[in-house]
Design a binder for this molecule. Structure first.
Ligand SMILES: [Zn+2]
Ligand SMILES: [Zn+2]
Length: 271
């Protein structure tokens, strides 16, 4: 609810009192950095173990993901592992096609996959994240995820105050670079759950309804090549062709080149 109120407040205040450049810069800068915490960290590293890295990089990625404000990391990861285990079947927490064994109509299904599932009680096995629970350092970051989230709101507010020098600059920084960017990033993440299980190409027979969707691929930093991802869930690379941009993969590739990540898994494509 907070990001929705923040989004409305941003629009109203921007119309009435203006939107300073620092707030727009914070929106993209904090938004992009924290989104990569989710896509590189929560998803490709912690959920799928598609590469290995040092503890310092792991901590950095998990903290950045927490700042995105999408939930506690262990919950995010457990939910997503459950999604891959039961994709579009009974047990999938956010399929647009089935819920608790019953088929869903189009609009009810879209709503459930996009946002409605967040309001339900998501079931997952503690065993599904036993690897994470064995790591006291990651357990500590997970337990304090709200603190990191608040830090993620405080940074654009501080930038606003330092650059603009007034309390309004701090407030609009907090709203635009904090809550509006959280709202937008949440919609994009939700679109991976809803849109990319409904609309798009399905080059691989994966036994589920996962799709490659160009728009989501672009906006979600490569996460919208979702049929590719279901076909090769272990792969750090989701965009398989030049016309499938995958910003998340570009970063992992660059980190591999400078030696910050290793054992990077690539898809085993048959020629
Ligand atoms: Zn999926
Ligand atoms: Zn996945």
């Amino acid at each position: 609810m907070t990001p929705i109120i923040g989004t409305i407040a941003t629009i109203v205040l921007a119309i009435l009192y203006g939107l300073p450049a620092h707030a727009v810069v914070s929106f993209f800068l904090v938004g992009g950095t924290t989104a990569l915490g989710v896509t590189v960290g929560f998803h490709r590293l912690f959920t799928h173990r598609s590469f290995a890295t040092s503890k310092f990089v792991e901590w950095t990625l998990m903290v950045l993901g927490c700042m995105a404000g999408q939930s506690a990391p262990f919950f995010w990861i457990a939910t997503h592992r459950t999604h891959h285990q039961h994709s579009d079947e009974d047990g999938d927490p956010h399929s647009p096609h089935v819920r608790e064994g019953l088929p869903l109509g189009f609009w009810r299904g879209f709503w459930h996959a996009h946002s409605g599932w967040v309001l339900t009680e998501v079931q997952y096995s503690a065993d599904s994240i036993s690897d994470l629970n064995r790591r006291p350092d990651l357990v500590w970051i997970n337990r304090h995820w709200v603190v990191w989230y608040l830090v993620g709101l405080g940074i654009p507010a501080a930038i606003g105050f330092l650059v603009g020098g007034t309390l309004y600059d701090a407030l609009i920084g907090l709203l635009c670079g904090g809550l509006l960017r959280q709202f937008v990033a949440l919609q994009v993440t939700f679109a991976v759950n809803s849109i990319t299980h409904i609309w798009g190409a399905q080059p691989f027979q994966t036994g589920d309804q996962s799709r490659n969707n160009f728009l989501v691929g672009l906006l979600a930093l490569g996460e919208g090549w979702h049929n590719n991802h279901h076909a090769f869930p272990y792969s750090a690379c989701h965009g398989l062709h030049w016309y499938q941009p995958d910003v998340t993969w570009c970063l992992i590739w660059a980190l591999e080149r400078v030696g910050l990540v290793w054992q990077v898994k690539r898809p085993r494509l048959r020629q």
